[in-house]
Design a protein around this ligand. Structure first.
Ligand SMILES: Cc1cc2nc3c(=O)[nH]c(=O)nc-3n(C[C@H](O)[C@H](O)[C@H](O)COP(=O)(O)OP(=O)(O)OC[C@H]3O[C@@H](n4cnc5c(N)ncnc54)[C@H](O)[C@@H]3O)c2cc1C
Length: 417
């Protein structure tokens, strides 16, 4: 596959971009692989890429029931940050931020990573104390995070209402400069292209209906809509569909799947340079390069596998946006959509081995797994290749729900992000 460069762009421009080659082949499913990955989102495709690049495992298929990146990877609001409270999470999410920085060069594909900063607003004494605790904890872990006054917060985002008469006035903000956004589907496309170039098969529109186990209890393959595929190892990165497919292997999970929505406004000139989040009033916003305001909503209150959420959530979110940014009241919304997120009781992912030999699990990212994509995929590939966790994902076991050694990031995940 040819590389993108200034010269190749120039050649393309001269030829009218008539000879654009496919970025990855639509592979036929073979009858046998070393590794089958279920789910062609960023996490699954990324794991396939790092398996090939860092561990020499190229006889891999990434199988998706739909089109690649068509799950939560292509539906999220693209916020990236690593200002989580606990040491385990800080290490995992900051590993991802380190890899985001340089991912475009690594993949030779522009994922438009933009470190525009993420600001989390504090609206009451509890918020102030909680965010300052996060800042201290982050700094001890080498994660950048600083406290801003309301005026400093407004300087970073001029439409922000810092009036002291607001229902929940802005009392300050925690700000992570290394945080930001990236182009979500470019992440899936970039990993797919780079993995395919190393020999990985990417098979779309092929649901996996069952994970098969042999007489010894270990996995031996998967049943798909196109027939049985033998596999020495099976890795599941199926987000909202995880509990359903894992059930077929006899593994029940502490997961609940919920619809989560987002929406965008009509495009306007640049008004909001960074990402602003308000856990208390419950909304967050950023501005896309096209000018649309990208607005995140919350999860539905009831579990569901439908990729659409209820209208009350959207109404609540827009009410919150109008409260925090009164000048946005006259804007019209362009479109909304939903994904299905898989949520664990402690709001932290499950990333590692399972009780079944040869079966690996990457799930439970809830409303916030896009930001972790490169870091998670990187350590997941290590776990699959070596059959043991990387030190970074070692705490994120399934067994923590039996031992009680939880990593409770409910506060960090208070607003869907
Ligand atoms: C509206 C919304 C906003 C969000 N905002 C953010 C944000 O700002 N920042 C952030 O960090 N995170 C955010 N998230 C969460 C984030 O999108 C996810 O955590 C992350 O993308 C998960 O990636 P993944 O690769 O694990 O899953 P996905 O991208 O969902 O990929 C899983 C794939 O598995 C496939 N699959 C499932 N079952 C099967 C099967 N049986 N056979 C074959 N294929 C199967 C699906 O088709 C899907 O393509 C948001 C999510 C949503 C829905």
């Amino acid at each position: 596959m040819s590389r993108f460069s200034a010269l190749s762009l120039l050649r393309g421009a001269i030829s009218g971009h008539k000879n654009v080659e496919p970025q990855w082949p639509n592979s036929e499913l073979k009858s046998e692989y070393d590794v089958v990955i279920i789910g062609a989102g960023g996490h699954g495709l990324g794991a396939a890429y790092y398996l090939a690049k860092e561990h020499g495992v190229t006889n891999t298929a990434v199988i998706d029931k739909g089109w690649l990146g068509g799950g939560n990877t292509g539906r999220n609001t693209t916020i990236i940050r690593s200002n989580y409270l606990y040491d385990e999470s800080a290490r995992l999410y900051d590993h991802a931020v380190d890899l985001w920085d340089g991912l475009s060069q690594e993949l030779n594909y522009n994922v438009m990573f933009s470190q525009r900063g993420v600001m989390m607003l504090a609206h009451n004494v509890h918020d102030v104390q909680s965010f300052k605790r996060h800042i201290h904890s982050n700094r001890l872990n080498g994660v950048d995070n600083v406290w801003l006054s309301p005026e400093q917060a407004k300087a970073k985002c001029p439409p922000l209402n810092i009036s002291s008469t607001a229902r929940y006035p802005v009392m300050g903000a925690a700000f992570q400069q290394r945080a930001g956004t990236a182009r979500h589907d470019a992440v899936a496309w970039g990993y797919a292209r780079a993995a395919a170039a190393r020999g990985v098969d990417i098979v779309q529109n092929c649901p996996v209906v069952r994970i098969s186990r042999g007489a010894d209890g270990a996995v031996n393959g998967v049943e798909t809509a196109r027939g049985f595929v033998k596999a020495k190892k099976v890795a599941v990165s199926a987000a909202g569909g995880t509990s359903v497919i894992m059930d077929t292997a006899g593994v029940r999970l502490p997961l609940e799947s919920y619809p989560l929505q987002a929406l965008v406004s009509e495009p306007v000139k640049p008004v909001c340079p960074g990402v602003v989040m308000s856990n208390t009033v419950h909304a967050y916003i950023s501005q896309s390069d096209k000018g649309e305001l990208v607005i995140g909503s919350g999860t539905d209150q009831y579990v569901s596998y439908s990729q659409r959420g209820g209208l009350p959530l959207i109404e609540h979110t827009l009410a919150a946006i109008c409260e925090v940014f009164p000048s946005f009241r006259r804007m019209r919304m362009l479109r909304k959509w939903g994904g299905v997120v898989d949520v664990t009781p402690d709001r932290s992912p499950i990333l590692g081995k399972t009780p079944v030999g040869g079966l690996y699990l990457n799930c439970g990212w809830g409303t916030g797994g896009f930001k972790a994509t490169p870091g998670s995929a990187h350590v997941f590939a290590h776990t699959i290749a070596k059959d043991e966790p990387h030190p970074i994902n070692a705490p994120f076991t399934l067994s923590r729900f039996e031992t009680g050694r939880l990593i409770d990031e409910a506060a960090a995940a208070a607003v869907a992000h």
